[in-house]
Ligand binder design. Structure first.
Ligand SMILES: Cc1ncc(C[n+]2csc(CCOP(=O)(O)OP(=O)(O)O)c2C)c(N)n1
Ligand code: SF4
Length: 265
């Protein structure tokens, strides 16, 4: 019988929010992994605080409901306490790239074998749509009525510059592709980061429905320079550039658990 990941809690996301497909994608990825020998008990999660963080209630795996911006140190602690766990992290773009930015740029250096999924809707949605680092230039919100100043952050380029060993992007609306990339990210030995483009149907509507600009990359090995060029194709502003999806970069490097056990000896 297939292992199930449903919970009994009623879902409070806005009807039609792509967080629903992200939830279905992770359930499918985990179900497929259990068919390949992973035990349900080996999965554990932590989250930030935001609309995305509600996934903690809807996905039946163990974990710690984290603090806004602090999910990565929580996940690293979980992994060090029990290196056998497959630790999965869900964060929003506000979480990961604003309050949690210091953790995001530091984690590639130590390379723990954990997986980060960022639900990037280019806004702080739970707190009613303030601009995040990936919001487009000029985005008007209650907090910045005259429009956001300055260009958006490119999190993929930042991850590459921060020595992250697995960097990918998916579209939340594409359940099959997102779930496949999630599986590969969880299997990757080292820190894996998947940026999930997720429309918010209530706030920052200007950035929604970019599907026509998206294209899927072929699976192939790339140098850091080639990956960086691909990452720079989309600058998170409106209407400019193609949006590459798929695994942009992957490399093998010693993980934190491996170096930690050596230091302990
Ligand atoms: C330490 C801390 N700082 C700030 C907040 C307030 N806060 C809660 S949710 C949220 C916005 C979340 O935005 P994002 O991470 O982008 O997730 P989304 O709601 O868009 O999924 C903020 C700022 C908090 N709860 N705790
Ligand atoms: S506010 Fe936006 S991100 Fe939050 S549940 Fe509603 S549609 Fe989804």
């Amino acid at each position: 019988m297939a292992v199930k990941f449903d919970t009994k809690y009623g879902i409070t996301w806005c009807p039609g929010c792509p967080n629903f497909t992200i939830l279905d994608s992770i359930k499918l990825a985990l179900t497929n992994l259990t068919k390949k020998g992973y035990k349900k008990e080996s999965f554990a999660m932590t989250t930030g605080i935001g609309c995305h963080g509600k996934i903690f209630d809807y996905l039946d795996i163990s974990g710690i409901y984290g603090l806004h911006g602090r999910a990565l140190p929580t996940a690293t602690g979980m992994k060090l306490a029990n290196p056998k766990l497959n630790v999965i992290v869900f964060e929003g773009d506000g979480d990961a790239y604003s309050e949690g930015l210091g953790h995001f740029v530091s984690i590639g250096k130590i390379n723990p074998n954990i997986t980060l999924f960022v639900h990037d809707n280019q806004s702080f949605s739970l707190t009613t749509g303030q601009a995040t680092p990936t919001s487009q230039e000029g985005y008007k919100s209650k907090a910045e009525p005259l429009g956001k100043l300055g260009p958006p952050l490119n999190p993929l380029a930042l991850a590459l510059a921060s020595n992250v060993t697995f960097v990918a992007r998916t579209n939340a609306r594409d359940l099959k592709h997102t779930s496949k990339i999630m599986e590969k990210a969880i299997k990757h030995k080292g820190f894996s980061f998947v940026e999930i483009i997720q429309d918010c149907i209530v706030f920052n509507l200007e950035t929604n429905l970019k599907d026509k600009r998206m294209y899927k990359l072929p699976d192939k090995k790339r140098t850091k320079e080639q990956a960086m060029k691909i990452a720079m194709q989309y600058d998170y502003n409106l209407g400019k550039g193609k949006i590459p999806l798929g695994i942009i970069y992957e490399e093998k490097r010693e993980t934190l658990e491996e170096s930690y056990s050596k230091i302990q000896k």
